[in-house]
Design a protein around this ligand. Structure first.
Ligand code: NAD
Length: 259
């Protein structure tokens, strides 16, 4: 299938590692002009080199509105206005409800929700003027099935499902689709970090915790970042024009609820 997005400018937030990096790579392989951001310059530059020589990279903290505005300004000047936006972040702090402070909640709110709100508000004018846009939010399966270890992510990401629908409805008449992809357990640094916490509680190593977690998934293993990226990039494609407002689980069958 021809995805039809060759030559389009794509911004992928928080893309120096994991799912964001895999998405940026796949968009570049589809011929997009890719702009990525993350906080650590060295890691960011290594990621950009891995994606390809044309990749533009910018040191940005997605919690910071000035950084986000600067990223869009630079991308527009260096490439042109984005036609594709993938919102992503490192994932809010983990911990049981009683262990999380106001500061944890506030920083989770900025990175998980305000990041998405700000970026969409910023790219909307040019997408509306051009009558085309593809927006995909990377969220989590905990949006549909709250996790006791991830109260911030669970709370904010279920709200993000509603926001995805609202944005999709508002932009649908203008050729812009808005969807969320809800990854299941995916083998990235974030998942390794969570496995250390879980393993510590269960008295097993992080590797053993990851293996146990994989066995709990109906597919029998964790996802690779590329498997999540494949769904994201399809939603960015021209043939996906009729899919909007969806909150797509890519979780190997793990989530049991029907909603
Ligand atoms: P990861 O830790 O592998 O990568 C996170 C990326 O975000 C890195 O490039 C990091 O540099 C960047 N980043 C972090 N904070 C940033 C900030 N403030 N500003 C700019 N860049 C920042 O994580 P991942 O596993 O790829 O997760 C990506 C998203 O997917 C997260 O929001 C996570 O909650 C969600 N998710 C992951 C899984 C999983 O199993 N890995 C499951 C469900 C949801």
């Amino acid at each position: 299938m021809d995805f039809g997005i060759s030559g389009k400018v794509a911004m992928v937030a928080a893309a120096s590692k994991g799912i964001g990096l895999a998405t940026a790579k796949l968009l570049a392989a589809e011929g997009c002009h890719v702009s990525i951001c993350a906080r650590n310059e060295e890691v960011l530059e290594a990621a950009a080199a891995e994606i390809g020589p044309e990749t533009r990279s910018y040191v940005v903290d997605v919690n910071n509105p000035e950084d986000l505005a600067w990223w869009l300004e630079q991308t527009t000047a260096d490439l042109s206005a984005p036609e594709i936006l993938v919102t992503n972040t490192g994932g809010p702090p983990a911990g049981n409800f009683t262990t999380l402070t106001d500061e944890h909640w506030q920083s989770g709110f900025d990175s998980t929700l305000m990041n998405v709100i700000r970026l969409v508000r910023m790219v909307a004018p040019s997408m509306l003027a051009n009558g085309f846009g593809r927006i995909v939010h990377i969220t989590s399966l905990v949006a549909k099935e709250p996790s006791p270890m991830l109260p911030i992510s669970s709370t904010l990401r279920s709200g993000l499902m509603a926001l995805t629908r609202l944005q999709a409805t508002e932009f649908a008449p203008h050729g812009i689709t808005v969807n969320s992809v809800l990854p299941g357990h995916t083998l990235t640094d974030r998942q390794r970090h969570l496995a250390e916490i879980r393993g510590g509680k269960d008295g097993i190593s992080a590797e053993e915790a990851l293996e146990k977690q994989g066995k709990e998934v109906p597919v029998g293993r964790l996802a690779s970042p590329e498997e999540i990226a494949a769904a994201i990039v399809f939603l960015c494609s021209i043939p996906a024009a009729y899919i909007t407002g969806s909150n797509l689980l890519v979780d190997g069958g793990l989530t049991k609820g029907l909603a």
